[in-house]
Design a protein around this ligand. Structure first.
Ligand code: ADP
Length: 490
């Protein structure tokens, strides 16, 4: 279904008074895949089900984490016969592909909405396309013509809100060792890793992608030091080696081996057109190497060597995940492999801006970051360096905006007060800066304390790295053996 038809549907809803937002995503059929991709749970998704009630089509809207109670619906409508519409009936009545029902179906005369839907302020719903999902205020669903709200679900909710019972299982993510971890990595990535680990529902593999770090100019000594520091940071943040594999990419040679086999599935032109490649060429015009061009192929190998299905990374990595899915499809079609097509897992991480006021906080941009191990004094000095203005009031410049973004993240309850002071022209920037610096330091205190404990036991760190690598190699070598066999190499 093309984008125009989806936009038309969005417009139609607006005419009914239902404001909405259309979200685009890769082709995803199962509700669990869609909600996971969008960083939501099944409880945030309101599905429309087409039923035949005594010969008449009706729709029932219920959350995706509950089940319809046939007896409740029959009693409510005073009917004898209730069944789910057949696929042929669905297509005939809705004109949509099976499994892609919309909340508003003009061919249907009655819509019953389960009251649990309204426990969530916003819900997701179908659009008729497997590449689009609509998001709307649940209250607005009451504006659907001929709709009513009541309790139509089974009382014992059996379906989990998470991913248990579903096939989705393995999680992989990595961070490059191009510097020490900073506040952005911590809030945007590592906290999400931890959240996933804590659910106990996935096999989590967290990697320091040291081979990826050599695709841009680097110093061997710094790399050697940084990569170990990141493992220590992972442990200090609370990742548990009993629950997650914590590994160096270069300890598992199957990543690079598989990357070479995968490089047969992509063209040079495809890689050269990736926005991430173009950015790096601009950044390092004298380092346009084969390794750089192969970056996405190696990332596909990192992910697929473990047959990973979920990848918690930032939105900037989406083009690389598309390449990964492309490779998975090609390997499956060409050689009969069974690679999953992995999707991005949007954890509830926060975006942390650069201290310079321009772009994001990044390891590779000097002056942009606060390291996780920075002392109270260093943090204070760095926050004080955010370029603000001499007087407050008027339009906010990028530095002031950055400062307020930090305030939202770390001293949210006081933001309004500081904003008022800014508007009145009475804000002393240094007061706000110091309040932020103190809060950042406080947030990092438990991490820093734990880190101090961990570094006292270097043998423990060695053991984590060694055991992680052994376990990872045993999974990865099976995948590589299978690929070699299917590709005619063994
Ligand atoms: P960097 O730009 O510092 O080198 P990476 O590209 O290695 O960071 O990213 C590692 C992880 O940290 C990714 O999942 C990315 O989305 C996340 N991340 C990096 N910078 C930020 C930021 N400023 N705010 C939030 N998340 C970030």
């Amino acid at each position: 279904m093309d984008d125009n038809k989806i936009a038309e549907y969005g417009e139609k809803l607006k005419q009914l008074g239902i404001k909405n937002e259309v979200l685009k995503h890769p082709h995803l059929v199962k509700p669990i895949e869609v909600v996971t991709y969008l960083g939501q749970t099944l409880a945030d998704s309101a599905a429309t089900l087409l039923f035949i009630a005594d010969g008449q089509p009706i729709t029932l809207i219920r959350r995706d984490d509950v089940k319809i109670s046939f007896s409740k619906v029959k009693k409510l409508l005073g009917i004898k016969d209730l069944r789910i519409a057949s696929q042929e009936e669905f297509v005939k009545i809705t004109g949509l592909p099976v499994g892609a029902a919309r909340h508003y179906l003009p061919g249907v005369k009655q819509t019953i909405i389960d009251k649990k839907v309204f426990e969530k302020e916003y819900v997701l719903g179908g659009t008729g396309s497997f590449q689009h999902t609509i998001r709307l205020k649940s209250e607005d669903l009451k504006k659907l013509p001929n709709s009513s709200v009541t309790d139509i679900i089974e009382d014992d909710i059996a379906i989990s809100q998470g991913l248990s019972g579903n096939k989705i299982k393995r999680v992989f993510s990595g961070i490059r060792a191009t510097g020490r971890l900073h506040l952005g990595n911590y809030l945007g990535a590592v906290k999400g890793f931890l959240e996933l680990e804590k659910t106990g529902q996935y096999e989590t593999i967290y990697c320091v992608v040291d081979v990826h770090s050599i695709t841009t100019p680097y110093k061997p000594e710094a790399l050697r030091k940084n990569k170990r520091e990141i493992i220590i940071d992972y442990l200090a943040a609370g990742l548990d080696p009993q629950k997650s594999l914590i590994i160096y990419q270069s300890d598992i040679p199957q990543h690079t081996e598989l990357a070479f086999y995968f490089s047969t599935a992509e063209t040079v032109a495809r890689m050269q057109h990736l926005p991430t490649f173009k950015d790096k060429v601009k950044q390092y015009p004298h380092n346009v190497t084969m390794a750089l061009l192969n970056y996405p192929i190696l990332m596909a190998a990192d992910i697929l060597v473990y047959k990973t299905e979920l990848v918690p990374v930032g939105i900037d990595q989406e083009p690389h995940l598309e390449v990964t899915r492309e490779i998975a499809r090609k390997m499956n079609q060409e050689y009969g492999m069974n690679f999953p097509e992995p999707i991005r897992f949007a954890t509830k991480g926060s975006y942390v801006p650069s201290l310079s006021g321009e772009g994001k906080m990044s390891k590779t941009v000097e002056g942009s970051f606060i390291n996780l191990t920075d002392s109270a004094d260093v943090i204070r000095k760095k926050v004080r360096s955010v370029p603000t203005a001499t007087t407050s009031g008027g339009e906010m410049n990028p530095g002031v905006k950055t400062l307020f973004a930090f305030a939202d993240l770390f001293i949210s309850s006081e933001v309004e007060k500081y904003k008022k002071d800014f508007e009145n022209g009475t804000l002393q920037f240094v007061t706000l800066k110091d309040a932020i610096a103190d809060a950042v330091y406080k947030e990092l205190q438990p991490f820093q304390k734990k880190r101090e404990e961990i570094i006292k036991d270097q043998a423990y760190i060695d053991k984590v790295i060694k055991e992680g690598a052994e376990k990872a190699r045993s999974i990865a070598s099976q995948t590589v053996a299978e690929v070699k066999e299917k590709m005619g190499l063994s």
